[in-house]
Write a protein that binds this ligand. Sequence first.
Ligand code: BT5
Length: 253
Amino acid sequence: QLGLKTKRFGWNVYDQESVPSTQQLAHQLAHEGAEEGTIVIAEEQTAGRGRLNRIWHSPKGTGIWMSVILRPSIPPQQAPQLTLLVAVAVAQTIQEVTNIVPDIKWPNDILLNGKKVVGILTELQADPDQVQAVIVGIGINVNQKQFPNDIASLATSLAIETGRTFHRPKIVQTLLQKLEQLYEQYLQHGFLPIKLLWEAYAITIGQQIVARTLNGAVRGTALGITDSGTLKLQTEDGAIHYIYSADIEIKKQ
Ligand code: BT5
């Protein structure tokens, strides 16, 4: 149905009309042993979520709401690499279908014109030293013409940015192909080639930022990302902090 040329991704597709969250269904399937590359995709999510159980608006028929199951042999500490890998795949896809180069804001936002067009949510099923499954949720705003008030000033869609409407299955097909290419490269050559691609889209690096983590806020200069995908930040006193996940505010220079 998707006209795929992929080997790994998209052979096992759970195509749903309405689910609470594709992420929830993917977790359940992964627990039951679903193979790597399994995709859950839905027209609508009634309880789509972001990090820390925040709401992800997922209205019917307008966006791409999907979750992908990966089973790389890596320790849990390296899982942030996969958020960045998926972000590159989505950024390349957006660039190909719109001809606009999007920005990636570490760790999990993709922006067009400074507004969020994609959110990525990476969750693990893992033992202390080995990942069993990585469930990557991808939400792409495609054909929305407007957003609810609470996010109207921070969200955008491909349609708003281009004045066009898009055929979503074509975008999914492109995305799965990019994902497969990058994932094969990752398994064969490790994270470094992906990191280089990621850096070309990144807007956080070199900036003065505030990183809000569950343990409080840290203010400083974003120096770059490490080989495991964490953010390296230097505070004014010269101390280096490594940040696994946070909300980033970029300070105007
Ligand atoms: C994210 O969280 O950005 C991850 C979003 C992942 C969504 C996908 S859709 C398929 C899969 N199934 C799920 O249930 N989830 C995944 P975070 O960085 O925490 O950002 C959440 C914040 O983004 C919210 O608090 C809002 O401010 C904003 N937001 C909510 N819906 C949005 C939308 N459609 N577009 C842009 N921003 C939105």
